[in-house]
Design a protein. Structure first.
Length: 247
């Protein structure tokens, strides 16, 4: 099958992106991998960098950029949001606390779905609310598995430490107590794309009086199970799409 579209510049840009799929590349490595002339490879990589389709790591090597993840996330957003409602509702009913789904957008995290505790004292985070990436268990989850350079930048001014995020990666969940807001505790776990990338965080939150100062002990297993259900939905959908494409 011919992989060329007839639009030369797009074909060459696709070759550059495909080469970077294997990992970080210097310009020399990119030239070798793509077979493009050095000036052409450099011009395309820099142009793709301008559009955030390509970025550079701490060593200055070209790597796939954040815009690709954002586009992939947007493509799966409807499927994720459709599944989130029932999962968050079940999580709220099981824990008797408010449940949320957060996605990262730049330097913030946005609540894209929520199931509120109907009565009594609760932590109310409406859909569309924009919160900091510097505090809270969901912020920890959304940052913990980032690339080292982005993780390092995200820790600047954060209420949590690199050691704390190492613990999050080891356990597979995060907790916070009075970190984002005094009197509020939360527990979060990651939702992963079919490729294994963390694309969202499932959380429950409420007053410390109910959740205690060790909310993970009470609810981590339940929150992990909820996040796992959403990860499974995305994996199942991707498998169905692949079957249809191969049919």
């Amino acid at each position: 099958m011919d992989n060329t579209s007839g639009v030369g510049v797009l074909d060459k840009a696709a070759i550059v992106l495909s080469a970077l799929e294997a990992g970080p590349s210097t310009l020399a490595q990119l030239v070798t991998a793509t077979g493009l002339a050095r000036p052409t490879a450099h011009r395309l990589a820099v142009a793709l960098e301008h559009h955030r389709l390509v970025t550079r790591d701490l060593q200055g090597r070209f790597v796939l950029g954040p815009r690709l993840g954002e586009l992939a996330a947007a493509a799966g957003e409807d499927r994720l949001l459709a599944a989130a409602g029932p999962v968050l509702g079940a999580l709220r009913d099981h824990t008797n606390e408010s449940a949320q789904l957060f996605r990262r957008q730049g330097e913030y995290r946005v609540c894209v779905s929520a199931a509120e505790r109907p009565v009594g004292l609760r932590d109310s985070i409406p859909v569309g609310a924009t919160l900091s990436m510097r505090a809270g268990s969901a912020a920890q989850v959304l940052l913990a598995w980032e690339e080292p350079d982005r993780l390092h930048r995200g820790l600047q001014g954060a209420a949590f430490t690199a050691t704390a995020l190492s613990g999050v990666r080891r356990r597979g969940w995060a907790q916070s107590v009075g970190e984002r807001e005094p009197g509020v505790a939360s527990v979060s776990a990651p939702v992963r794309s079919p490729s294994g990338r963390v694309i969202a965080a499932v959380s429950i939150s409420g007053p410390i009086e109910r959740l205690s100062r060790q909310p993970g002990r009470l609810h981590a297993a339940t929150v992990i199970a909820g996040a796992g259900k959403l990860t499974e939905v995305l994996a199942r959908h991707a498998a169905q799409q692949e079957q249809q494409n191969n049919a």
